[in-house]
Design a protein around this ligand. Structure first.
Ligand code: ATP
Length: 238
């Protein structure tokens, strides 16, 4: 593959005190790819994302973003360079309006196209446009997930990291969120998607990784993993 590797996680280890949460994970994300990281509760997926964005210290191994180690770079510096995470639980500013939340998403920018980009986000999520002056805290979980995605897009991400976007949502909203994730990918945004909903996450992925007890145990293209009997037995309830 001749696409540039934007994000490279090599032999990553992360610990919380004496607990080894990630025990040597290697993951690659190339330009334009949608890569899904699946695995059970507590497998170490969220911890991997936190280490990648500089929130959680790296005990061993390396994370390179755009060819450069992320060590010593803060979350803000990385976001400014386009490495943007949508955290589990969304992290919207509940006491601000939809529009204000979107403006906050552009906090690392300093250009004149912010209002135009808000209109683009409204194009992707008409629901946000309808509610533009409403406080974020009054919206449903699915709407807040849309807002979190819209806010992240406002940072003009080169690599978007999504942690469990479907968590806690109704089936209709889950459909909508996966549809939008697929659309954003088709528009050219590179993504690393962490999900417990393995079937949906692998169905839209170019490639996937399976994480178990802090280790990457399988990887491959999304379709092949989805068809793999071991994956089906462990994660798709078959
Ligand atoms: P989930 O889907 O539940 O978020 P996950 O695959 O993202 O699961 P992590 O949240 O990364 O898993 O957790 C990996 C391991 O690290 C688990 O054993 C968890 O209990 C532990 N862990 C996570 N956060 C902390 C913390 N702040 N302090 C101590 N241990 C933690």
């Amino acid at each position: 593959d001749n696409k540039q590797v934007l994000l490279e996680v090599r032999g990553l280890k992360v610990a919380y005190g004496g607990i080894q949460a990630v025990k040597g994970a290697t993951i690659e994300v190339r330009e334009g790819e949608l890569v899904s990281l699946i695995g059970a509760n507590g497998a170490g997926k969220t911890t991997t994302l936190k280490a990648v964005t500089g929130i959680q210290p790296i005990a061993d191994g390396e994370v390179h973003y755009l060819g450069r180690s992320i060590r010593g770079q803060g979350a803000w510096d990385l976001a400014k360079q386009g490495l943007v995470m949508i955290p589990e639980g969304r992290g919207t500013f509940t006491r601000m309006t939809i529009t204000e939340n979107l403006q906050m998403g552009a906090y690392t920018r300093n250009d004149k196209e912010i209002d135009a980009d808000i209109e683009k986000v409204f194009g992707i999520f008409p629901r946000l446009k309808e509610r533009r002056d409403q406080l974020a805290g009054t919206m449903s979980g699915g709407e807040q997930q849309m807002l979190a995605m819209g806010r992240a897009l406002m940072a003009r991400p080169k690599v978007l990291l999504l942690d469990e976007p479907s968590m806690g949502l109704s089936p209709i909203m889950v459909d909508k969120i996966f549809e939008v994730v697929g659309d954003i990918h088709k528009q050219g945004v590179t993504m690393l998607l962490v999900e417990q909903n393995a079937s949906r996450a692998l169905a839209i992925a170019d490639r996937g990784y399976v994480m178990e007890s802090g280790e990457v145990t399988m990887s491959g293209n999304g379709r092949d993993l989805l068809d793999d009997p071991k994956v089906r037995a462990a994660y798709l309830g078959e």
